[in-house]
Design a protein around this ligand. Sequence first.
Ligand code: ZN
Length: 198
Amino acid sequence: MDMYSGHINRLIEELAALPGIGNKSAQRLAFHFLNMSEERVNRFAQTIVDAKRNVRYCKTCCTLTDQEECPICANGNRNHRLIMVVENTRDLAAYEKTGRFEGVYHVLHGAISPMLGIGPNDIKLKELMERLHGDVDEVIIATNSSLEGETTAMYISKLIKPTGVKVTRIASGVPVGGDLEYIDEVTLLRALEGRIEL
Ligand code: ZN
């Protein structure tokens, strides 16, 4: 891409490194930014910096939030004895959008993958186990139905069973290898209602 200046090339490279952005889109976005007013570009950049600086893990469920405890964990009307374990904040958002889950969540920020060298200590599993010292009736494992998601579900259920807390897994209505965030609400609810005890 020698036809562009170094600055443009760098911008295109940075954009192309983002998930889901190919080289063509990166070029289109780069020129879109360059056509924006300086004020708008500054505001955009500052929004990213502010989000990065202020967003942290909820001290209870590990989801991304800008408070010490996220609004779901801080909500007294939720059932705090029912914990749904998801791989990431986007999965939490997908279930939350159904508006039908009254429990709380635990966000692992990943899944166990021996192939990628991601072990139990690389996800927020210790934090989940610590929560089980409190009053918990059931842990619903809603990791994806990918190999990593299933491996993680099995691992967690083996870990929790000795504690006597009920462990369930969402039904396999969720297509194999399907990312939870892309599945429609009806399928999500069916998977939740049809959960089985492990
Ligand atoms: Zn929380």
